[in-house]
Write a protein that binds this ligand. Sequence first.
Ligand SMILES: [Cu+2]
Length: 225
Amino acid sequence: MVMKSTSILTLIVILFIAGIGMGYVVGFSGGAKVTSSVSTPTTTTAQNNTEPFVLTLVITTENTYNATTGAQPAYYILTANGLQSAANIALPVNRLIKLVIINYDDGSANLTNVQDANVSGTQNNIETVVNNANVNSSQGASAINVKGGQNVSSINSTDVAHTFTIPSLNVNLPIPPLSTVTTYLTLNQTGTFSWFCMTECGFGPTGLKGAMDTPGWMMGGLTVS
Ligand SMILES: [Cu+2]
């Protein structure tokens, strides 16, 4: 009877220890999973903060404004889910921003103020232009010499299709027809501002109606936070 009780007690003790062991293993592996899933996004966030914040804008022309006005040009934000309204653009404060503007418009428009052909508010007040014949080519002795991407501080005022302009922050980017413009800038001021296009690319006798005075077309809001 004594031996049998001892055997049962031993078995209970063994099962108890084994239970603790299994609990420890399950708990440990569970804890390890939690630890890795927490650390992954933290690491990703840290990497993103060391890289430029990228804003890609796309200008298209074949957007029907209404039956009377017809097609008008519009800025869009390029996202992972396609083109989204540029009525409200959000940008980070005190962080390097890489701004890319892809322009599908093949025509130029009149600038009310020729000063808006100058680049301002970016690193070294330059922008890089790709794929515009006037900017990226030069007449050589016997042929046109293609230059590829050109860093410029201004565009010929008769060769501007649109601008991306934030007057309150002194940011101005002239965009030639059918070009891609890339630039880097840092915004040091939080707040809500407005962005505009400064060419007369809209509707009406002055070209300042339609897209030019409608948020999400050739103007909109900009929040820096
Ligand atoms: Cu415009």
